[in-house]
Design a binder for this molecule. Sequence first.
Ligand code: SME
Length: 153
Amino acid sequence: MSDKSIFDKLLAEIDRLVSSGLSRDETLLRVCQLLESSVAYYDWVGFYLVEGEKELVLGPFAGEPTEHVRIAFGIGICGQAAKRKETFLIQDVSCETNYLSCSPKVKAEIVVPLFKDGRVVGELDIDSHQLSPFSDEDRDFLEQICRRLSGLF
Ligand code: SME
């Protein structure tokens, strides 16, 4: 479903944003808006930021507001990705038992941890209203974005 040339173009735009001198949160917000408006099956795009030892707090996002503003490590897809320090790609959320629903419209989700000096400092979270929308190219693309954003933390 993805088109690598679009991803390359978006990575170049994100590089420009990262070096533009905007604040961290303004940069993160613009990344959310860019991704949500550019990729048809990215329906909600947001960042969770690590607070304290084991808690995620909702940061900048594009899409509908969510009730999940604080998530403990280990809980939901986001909490599991933070605890395991690895990308979680769920092509059908109805098959996932440890899942926090934001909207019945959401069918799939990918969560990519953002590392700084080996520690998880945040996550990029994307919800899709389509079933099985994410490919290995999406995973690579989103992991590259998180590596580029790490310097803002
Ligand atoms: N579905 C997530 C909660 C966050 S929302 O998708 C914005 C989870 O299971 O952790």
